[in-house]
Design a protein around this ligand. Structure first.
Ligand SMILES: [Mg+2]
Length: 188
Protein backbone atom coordinates (compact mmCIF):
# COMPACT_ATOMS: atom_id res chain seq x y z
CA UNK A 1 0.00 0.00 0.00
CA UNK A 2 1.26 3.44 -0.89
CA UNK A 3 0.86 6.30 1.53
CA UNK A 4 -1.18 9.01 -0.16
CA UNK A 5 -1.52 12.71 0.52
CA UNK A 6 -5.21 13.45 0.92
CA UNK A 7 -6.25 17.08 0.44
CA UNK A 8 -9.40 17.40 2.54
CA UNK A 9 -11.72 20.40 2.65
CA UNK A 10 -13.49 21.19 5.94
CA UNK A 11 -16.80 23.03 5.45
CA UNK A 12 -19.41 20.97 3.66
CA UNK A 13 -17.13 17.93 3.82
CA UNK A 14 -16.02 17.39 7.45
CA UNK A 15 -17.75 20.30 9.22
CA UNK A 16 -21.49 20.80 8.82
CA UNK A 17 -21.46 24.52 8.12
CA UNK A 18 -25.05 24.61 6.87
CA UNK A 19 -26.59 22.95 9.94
CA UNK A 20 -24.35 25.11 12.14
CA UNK A 21 -25.32 28.53 10.88
CA UNK A 22 -28.98 27.57 10.46
CA UNK A 23 -29.44 26.36 14.02
CA UNK A 24 -27.70 29.49 15.30
CA UNK A 25 -29.84 31.68 13.05
CA UNK A 26 -33.11 30.00 14.09
CA UNK A 27 -32.25 30.40 17.77
CA UNK A 28 -31.30 34.01 17.47
CA UNK A 29 -34.08 35.21 15.18
CA UNK A 30 -36.83 32.69 16.03
CA UNK A 31 -36.77 31.53 12.44
CA UNK A 32 -37.65 28.14 11.05
CA UNK A 33 -35.05 27.43 8.38
CA UNK A 34 -34.01 23.83 7.69
CA UNK A 35 -30.69 22.65 6.28
CA UNK A 36 -32.53 21.25 3.24
CA UNK A 37 -33.39 24.81 2.16
CA UNK A 38 -29.77 25.29 1.11
CA UNK A 39 -29.51 24.11 -2.49
CA UNK A 40 -27.23 26.66 -4.10
CA UNK A 41 -23.59 27.55 -3.61
CA UNK A 42 -24.08 31.30 -3.52
CA UNK A 43 -26.70 33.56 -2.05
CA UNK A 44 -27.07 32.13 1.47
CA UNK A 45 -28.29 35.52 2.64
CA UNK A 46 -31.36 35.22 0.38
CA UNK A 47 -32.72 32.60 2.81
CA UNK A 48 -32.41 35.06 5.68
CA UNK A 49 -33.48 38.60 6.52
CA UNK A 50 -29.97 39.89 5.78
CA UNK A 51 -29.92 42.25 2.85
CA UNK A 52 -26.65 41.07 1.36
CA UNK A 53 -23.65 38.75 1.71
CA UNK A 54 -21.70 41.23 3.82
CA UNK A 55 -24.45 41.42 6.43
CA UNK A 56 -24.65 37.64 6.56
CA UNK A 57 -20.89 37.23 7.07
CA UNK A 58 -20.73 40.04 9.61
CA UNK A 59 -23.30 38.17 11.66
CA UNK A 60 -21.48 34.84 11.11
CA UNK A 61 -18.21 36.33 12.28
CA UNK A 62 -19.33 37.14 15.81
CA UNK A 63 -21.33 34.93 18.15
CA UNK A 64 -20.48 35.88 21.68
CA UNK A 65 -16.76 35.99 21.12
CA UNK A 66 -16.49 33.20 18.55
CA UNK A 67 -17.43 32.91 14.91
CA UNK A 68 -19.90 30.44 13.45
CA UNK A 69 -16.93 28.23 12.48
CA UNK A 70 -16.06 27.64 16.14
CA UNK A 71 -19.29 25.79 16.83
CA UNK A 72 -19.85 23.49 13.86
CA UNK A 73 -20.65 19.80 14.28
CA UNK A 74 -18.94 17.18 12.16
CA UNK A 75 -20.84 15.15 9.58
CA UNK A 76 -21.61 11.57 10.59
CA UNK A 77 -18.65 9.32 10.03
CA UNK A 78 -16.28 12.09 8.97
CA UNK A 79 -13.75 12.07 11.81
CA UNK A 80 -13.88 8.28 12.10
CA UNK A 81 -13.08 7.99 8.40
CA UNK A 82 -10.16 10.42 8.71
CA UNK A 83 -8.79 8.42 11.65
CA UNK A 84 -9.12 5.22 9.68
CA UNK A 85 -7.26 6.73 6.72
CA UNK A 86 -4.53 8.12 8.99
CA UNK A 87 -4.17 4.70 10.64
CA UNK A 88 -3.67 3.20 7.19
CA UNK A 89 -0.68 5.52 6.83
CA UNK A 90 -2.18 8.23 4.64
CA UNK A 91 -1.48 11.91 5.26
CA UNK A 92 -4.51 14.02 5.99
CA UNK A 93 -3.81 17.51 4.62
CA UNK A 94 -6.48 20.04 5.54
CA UNK A 95 -7.20 22.56 2.77
CA UNK A 96 -9.73 25.16 3.82
CA UNK A 97 -10.64 28.62 2.64
CA UNK A 98 -11.56 31.01 5.43
CA UNK A 99 -11.76 34.75 6.04
CA UNK A 100 -9.07 36.23 8.32
CA UNK A 101 -11.49 36.44 11.25
CA UNK A 102 -12.05 32.66 11.16
CA UNK A 103 -8.42 31.51 11.16
CA UNK A 104 -7.97 31.02 14.90
CA UNK A 105 -11.41 29.44 15.27
CA UNK A 106 -10.46 27.01 12.54
CA UNK A 107 -7.30 25.89 14.34
CA UNK A 108 -9.25 25.64 17.62
CA UNK A 109 -11.97 23.60 15.90
CA UNK A 110 -9.42 21.21 14.40
CA UNK A 111 -7.98 20.72 17.89
CA UNK A 112 -11.37 20.28 19.58
CA UNK A 113 -12.40 17.62 17.13
CA UNK A 114 -9.06 15.81 17.23
CA UNK A 115 -8.75 15.89 13.45
CA UNK A 116 -5.83 13.56 12.64
CA UNK A 117 -3.65 15.98 10.71
CA UNK A 118 -0.18 17.50 10.90
CA UNK A 119 -0.69 19.84 7.98
CA UNK A 120 -3.28 22.60 7.68
CA UNK A 121 -3.46 25.18 4.90
CA UNK A 122 -5.93 28.04 5.15
CA UNK A 123 -5.72 29.09 1.57
CA UNK A 124 -7.80 30.13 -1.40
CA UNK A 125 -5.61 28.57 -4.12
CA UNK A 126 -5.89 25.07 -2.68
CA UNK A 127 -4.50 23.44 -5.84
CA UNK A 128 -1.08 24.93 -5.00
CA UNK A 129 -0.72 22.33 -2.24
CA UNK A 130 0.31 19.06 -3.90
CA UNK A 131 -1.84 16.06 -2.96
CA UNK A 132 -2.68 12.73 -4.59
CA UNK A 133 -6.41 12.97 -3.95
CA UNK A 134 -8.52 16.08 -3.37
CA UNK A 135 -11.94 16.05 -1.72
CA UNK A 136 -14.09 19.20 -1.84
CA UNK A 137 -17.70 20.33 -2.15
CA UNK A 138 -17.05 23.72 -3.76
CA UNK A 139 -17.83 23.94 -7.50
CA UNK A 140 -15.19 26.64 -7.75
CA UNK A 141 -12.41 24.69 -6.01
CA UNK A 142 -13.22 21.51 -7.98
CA UNK A 143 -12.93 23.43 -11.24
CA UNK A 144 -9.58 24.86 -10.17
CA UNK A 145 -8.22 21.44 -9.21
CA UNK A 146 -9.27 20.16 -12.60
CA UNK A 147 -7.55 23.04 -14.34
CA UNK A 148 -4.28 22.94 -12.40
CA UNK A 149 -4.00 19.31 -11.19
CA UNK A 150 -5.67 17.27 -13.91
CA UNK A 151 -3.40 14.29 -13.20
CA UNK A 152 -4.64 13.91 -9.61
CA UNK A 153 -7.79 12.22 -8.40
CA UNK A 154 -10.36 14.97 -7.77
CA UNK A 155 -13.46 14.09 -5.78
CA UNK A 156 -16.70 15.99 -5.34
CA UNK A 157 -18.42 15.36 -2.03
CA UNK A 158 -21.96 15.21 -3.39
CA UNK A 159 -24.12 17.87 -1.71
CA UNK A 160 -27.38 19.60 -2.71
CA UNK A 161 -25.38 22.72 -3.63
CA UNK A 162 -23.03 21.14 -6.17
CA UNK A 163 -23.38 19.35 -9.52
CA UNK A 164 -21.40 16.70 -11.38
CA UNK A 165 -18.31 17.90 -13.28
CA UNK A 166 -16.72 15.90 -16.06
CA UNK A 167 -13.39 14.54 -14.90
CA UNK A 168 -14.34 14.77 -11.22
CA UNK A 169 -15.29 11.65 -9.28
CA UNK A 170 -18.47 11.71 -7.19
CA UNK A 171 -18.24 10.63 -3.57
CA UNK A 172 -21.56 10.04 -1.81
CA UNK A 173 -20.32 9.23 1.68
CA UNK A 174 -17.26 8.95 3.89
CA UNK A 175 -17.39 5.17 3.53
CA UNK A 176 -17.12 5.70 -0.24
CA UNK A 177 -14.09 7.90 0.19
CA UNK A 178 -12.29 5.43 2.47
CA UNK A 179 -12.95 2.67 -0.04
CA UNK A 180 -11.70 4.60 -3.05
CA UNK A 181 -8.58 5.75 -1.21
CA UNK A 182 -7.78 2.20 -0.16
CA UNK A 183 -8.27 0.93 -3.70
CA UNK A 184 -6.15 3.74 -5.11
CA UNK A 185 -3.30 3.15 -2.68
CA UNK A 186 -3.24 -0.57 -3.51
CA UNK A 187 -3.06 0.22 -7.23
CA UNK A 188 -0.06 2.55 -6.80
MG1 LIG B 1 -16.25 23.29 1.42
Amino acid sequence: MTSLRLGIDLDGVVADFVAGWISRYNQEFEADLTPSSVTTWDGLHTLTHFRNKDEFWRWASDHGGGSVFRHLETYDGATQALHELAMQGHQVVILTLKPDWAVHDTFAWIGDHRIPTREVHIISEKWQVPCDIYLDDSPDQLARYLEHRPDRLICRFVRPWNDPIEGVLDVQSWADFVELTTTRSRAH
